[in-house]
Each structure stands twice: as C-alpha cells, then as structure tokens.
Design a protein around this ligand. Structure first.
Ligand code: ADP
Ligand code: MG
Length: 140
C-alpha cells in the first residue's frame, strides 16, 4: 500500500453541464477520497502557467481557452496509488479510446473538452497540488 495524493480538475465543459456530483460519485466509488476541493475560475495567466509543459503543442491556445471558458473544480484526491488509480478512473485522453465506465467515456465531449485533469506522476502531483492549495486546505 502506497498512499498518495493527486490533483484533479473538473473542467469547464463538465461544470457547464452540471456534472460535478456525477464525477465525484465515480471518484468516490473508486475508493479515492476527496480531501480538498474548491470551485474557481482560472485566469488566462493561471491556465498558461498550469499547462506550461504543453506550451509548444499545437493545441495549447485552444486548451487555455477551454480551461478558462467557465469555472473549474480543483481537488486533491487521496488513496492507495492515487496517481495511477485516478488516471484509470479518468480514462484515455481521447474519449473515443476511453474504457467503459471511465469518467471520460461517460462524460467527455471530445479530446480537448475531456471533462477532467489528473496528475501524471507523483512529482507533478506535488507541484500541481501546491499550485492550487495550501496545506491548511488539505484535510485527510
Ligand atoms: P491528459 O489530460 O490525459 O494527461 P495531456 O496531458 O496529453 O492529456 O494533454 C492535456 C490536455 O490537453 C488534455 O486533457 C486535453 O484537454 C488537451 N489535449 C491533449 N491532446 C490534444 C489534442 N490532440 N487536441 C486538442 N486538445 C488536446
Ligand atoms: Mg496530462
């Protein structure tokens, strides 16, 4: 057992369609615990900084547009192997390739508006959690 934390974002395409509760239900059904959560509206500068690793990708500008199109819900999830477990619960980046029962299979609109973000490594999880939360906001 390796208890980890990971950073989740419920993206604007999902908050617009009132899916926060349905996505949280899939998270909780997987055994992950939501130990911090807040609803915010990202500024352009925040979105560009958060997704800085993708700055050279062709879709970077569209991605930043979609991430600032409405509110997001940022969350810290905790559980056994939380980083990989949440990637499994999310499903593939392109919902066309996502497995049955995953968040993206159930809810994503397309490869860009794919409803959720999840950290891809424990190192990035620590960086991404610190981007949005202070320690006193994380209650395990
Ligand atoms: P993931 O979110 O599965 O970790 P990436 O880190 O590769 O995927 O990409 C970050 C986000 O950028 C994706 O969730 C998606 O919103 C968007 N994205 C990725 N690839 C594409 C693409 N080919 N076209 C448009 N948007 C994309
Ligand atoms: Mg990623």
């Amino acid at each position: 057992m390796t208890t980890q934390q990971t950073l989740s974002i419920i993206k604007p395409d999902a908050t617009r369609r009132n899916l926060t509760g349905k996505i949280n239900a899939l998270i909780e059904q997987s055994g992950l615990r939501i130990i911090a959560q807040k609803r915010i509206h990202l500024t352009r500068a925040q979105a560009e900084k958060f997704y800085g690793v993708h700055a050279e990708r062709s879709f970077f500008s569209d991605l930043c547009n979609s991430m600032t199109a409405g509110p997001v819900v940022v969350q810290v999830l905790e559980g056994d192997n939380a980083v990989q477990k949440y990637r499994d619960v999310m499903g593939a980046t392109n919902p066309a390739n996502a497995a049955e029962g995953t968040i993206r299979k159930e809810f994503a609109e397309n490869i860009e508006a794919n409803s959720v973000h999840g950290s891809d490594s424990t190192d990035n999880a620590a960086i991404e959690i610190a981007f949005f939360f202070s320690q006193i906001e994380i209650v395990g």
